[in-house]
Structures are given as C-alpha cells and as structure tokens.
Design a binder for this molecule. Structure first.
Ligand code: SF4
Ligand code: SF4
Length: 401
C-alpha cells in the first residue's frame, strides 16, 4: 500500500514525463527481466544500502515499469547501489533488480551527457568500435608524421633514449589537450547531473551553506569508495565489511588516479631516460599503479568470465570494451618499460606508439562517456543526496515548530 501511495504521488508530479517506450529503451542499455517484477519488496528488504530516505531497488523497478522517465532522471538511487547482487539472488521472480540498477547507471550516464555521445557509445557497437579505431588512428598518424629520431644509441645506463623519439614536453602538450577535453566533458556532464537532481526540484530550497558543510562527504566517498564496504552487511548486521570487492575497486581506482596524475601532470618526472633503482619513487609508484591496474583487470575479467556471483552474471558489451582497453593499456605500458630498461630501441618505440593508441581511446571514451565516469558520478550522487537530505531535515524541523 505504502509503495502505491509513493508511486501515485510521483505520477501526479511527472505525468508529462511518462514514456511508454521506456522499457524498450532500457533494454538497449542492458536490462532484460525487470518486467517480471510483481512488487513483493523482497529486494529492498535485503538491500544493505537501502534505507527509508532512499528506498531501492523496488521503487526504481516500479518507475521503470511505469515509464516515469522524469523521476528516474532526477533520482540518485541508481548511484547508491554498489551492485552486491543480493537483491537479484533473492528475487522470487528472477526480475534481476541488481542488473536493472546497473542498467539505470548506464542510462543516466547517457542522460547527463549533453553531447549524445554516451547514448551512441552505449547503444551502438559501430559507434563504440568506430570511435576506438578513429582515436587510435589519430595517434598513429601523429607519430607517423611528427615522431623524433629513432636512435639505436643507448643511455649510459644501457636504456633506450625514449625522449629522443617521443620528447616528453611534446607528449605533455598532447596530454594537456586531452585532459582539458576530458575535464570539459566530464564537468559539464556533472553540472547537467546537478541540474537534473537538484535544480529541477521545486519542493526543496537548498541554503548555499549546505553545499560547503556537506562537501567533505564528496571527498571522502571519492577517496575511499566507502559504500562498497556496506555491501553484503544486511545479513551479518555489521555496518561495514572489508570485502574483496571493495578492496579491489579501491586498488583499481587509486592506481588509475595515480597513473593519470603521473602521465598528465608529472610526465617530465615520470618519462625519463634515466633508469632509477626499483625503490626510487618514480619506479615504485609506477609499479604500484601497474600492479593495481593489473590485479583489478584480471579480477574483473575472471569474475565476468566465470559468472560465479550474481553481479557478474550479465556483461554489457561496454563492460568488456572497458576491461580490454584497460588490460591492453596496462600490458603495453609494462612492455614499454621492459624494452626500455633492457635497451631494445625499436621494440620500445613501436610499443610506445601502440601503448598511446590504446590509452588515448580508453581515456577519451571511458572518462567522460562510460565506465570511468561512474567514479565521479557516484560520489557526486552521494553528495547531492546528502545536501538534499540535510535541506529536507531543516524544512521538517521548521514545520515541527
Ligand atoms: S524485483 Fe523481485 S524481489 Fe524486488 S519487488 Fe520485484 S519481484 Fe519482488
Ligand atoms: S545490487 Fe546490492 S546494493 Fe544494489 S540494489 Fe541490489 S542489494 Fe542493493
């Protein structure tokens, strides 16, 4: 009864935004079985991340079945789910609510993206593979026409003179252009997300002060990915659990951020011809980031191939593209390092070009339009949600007086 009241009140607010083809649209983003739901509420009862303020996944399933697109577009709930899969395991109808929440995250990513590219990349293989190919081709052509001399002369340490072939100052200019584009797309998409979640809501007025008092939660959730530690805690009764899923996610995220900072901000320090001892910070941090990326990629590859847990039972094509691009970026990076320190000039030069041909599309596609963007959307969703909750509590307090 309660859920009918909630849904009905939302229908009144968003009657104009009912999309009768919503289920068909969602299927393009990966959802398959959610129409089988008979609204028993079991999934919400077992979800350790759902609470009375953000009650999911049943509500999101109802909204999806009814095609209430506007309510879904302004919801933070899909980002608060960390895909433990418990709801799907216990659903009596095999409606797969966990997969629907994952699908909604892809769908929302495409909604926040004002360019329309995320929709194309998520729903068309031609766009996905065509963009990868095109971006890789741009890098190849840049090297064909602008590379430095391919010298076989080695450094005093016996290493390859990589900076003669690809001077770090020139590569860094390219990195900055790329980082500028990525930041522009990602930040503008986050502003669009803010508009949909907060600005469009007319029922809650947010005092500016709240944006500052709640900002530490944005930093906390980005740095720790803390919500992952709440997965699977409903049955044990614990508030947090140190689980492999959280640790590996954190390892992957921290390695990616570290590697990104080293190649974009500190390339002059990271891409040297000098061969330092392995414990030198340049090599040590490089090894940490490489190990974190490798462990993360191998772990997620294995769980997706063997499909032993509910959260890895379904894989969208973009999940595989992400893993393959990340794997190839990591492997080619390792090979560049091995060839360079072992004094193999041509192998180093060719591998370096291949490395950038994979890394550039991986970053340009995944950071603003696909999987890596979720790393930013999740903490922002938690932040916006906390701001909204704090504002609602203030209003309730005032009305009590
Ligand atoms: S998704 Fe499954 S568990 Fe959840 S309300 Fe529907 S039928 Fe019940
Ligand atoms: S997958 Fe886990 S976190 Fe997500 S809705 Fe289901 S039970 Fe909750």
């Amino acid at each position: 009864m309660m859920s009918i009241i909630i849904i009905n009140s939302r229908i009144d607010n968003s009657m104009a935004q009912i999309n009768p083809d919503f289920a068909i649209e969602l299927k393009k983003f990966g959802a398959l079985d959610f129409n089988a739901c008979y609204n028993c509420g079991n999934c919400t009862a077992v979800c350790s991340l759902s609470d009375e303020d953000n009650s999911f996944p049943r509500k999101m399933i109802r909204l999806s079945v009814l095609g209430l697109e506007g309510d879904i577009d302004s919801s933070v709930d899909p980002w608060l789910c960390y895909y433990c899969g418990e709801c799907s395991e216990t659903c009596p109808q095999q409606a797969d609510p966990g997969e629907l929440m994952m699908t909604l995250r892809r769908y929302l990513t495409s909604k926040y993206d004002w360019t329309g590219l995320a929709t194309k990349l998520y729903t068309s293989k031609l766009w996905e593979f065509g963009s990868i190919f095109l971006l890789a081709l741009i890098i190849l052509l840049l090297f064909v026409f602008f590379h430095g001399p391919m010298t076989t002369e080695l450094t005093v340490d016996g290493g390859v003179k990589l900076n003669t072939f690809a001077p770090w100052k020139e590569i860094e200019i390219g990195d900055w252009i790329m980082a500028g584009l990525l930041s522009f797309f990602l930040i503008s998409n986050i502003i669009n997300m803010y508009y949909k979640i907060i600005v469009k809501r007319k029922d809650v007025k947010i005092p500016i002060k709240l944006y500052f008092t709640e900002i530490w939660k944005l930093v906390l959730h980005f740095a720790t990915q803390l919500q992952f530690s709440k997965c699977d805690t409903e049955l044990s009764g614990k508030k947090y659990s140190i689980n492999a899923y959280w640790i590996i996610h954190w390892l992957l995220m921290s390695s990616y951020v570290l590697m990104f900072a080293m190649i974009v901000v500190f390339l002059g320090w990271f891409q040297t011809d000098i061969i330092y001892n392995w414990w030198h910070p340049q090599r040590f941090l490089g090894y940490y980031a490489t190990a974190g990326l490798t462990i993360g990629v191998v772990y997620f590859y294995i769980v997706r191939v063997y499909k032993k847990s509910e959260k890895s039972r379904h894989s969208h094509i973009t999940d595989w593209t992400f893993l393959v691009l990340l794997f190839l970026t990591t492997v080619t990076g390792i090979l560049v390092h091995i060839f360079r320190i072992n004094g193999l000039p041509y192998a180093t030069y060719y591998m370096y070009v291949i490395h950038l041909m994979v890394m550039f599309p991986m970053l340009m596609i995944e950071v603003p339009f696909s999987k890596w963007s979720h790393l930013a959307y999740r903490p922002f969703a938690v932040y916006f949600n906390n701001v909204l909750m704090a504002a609602s509590k203030r209003i309730n307090k005032k009305t009590e007086y």
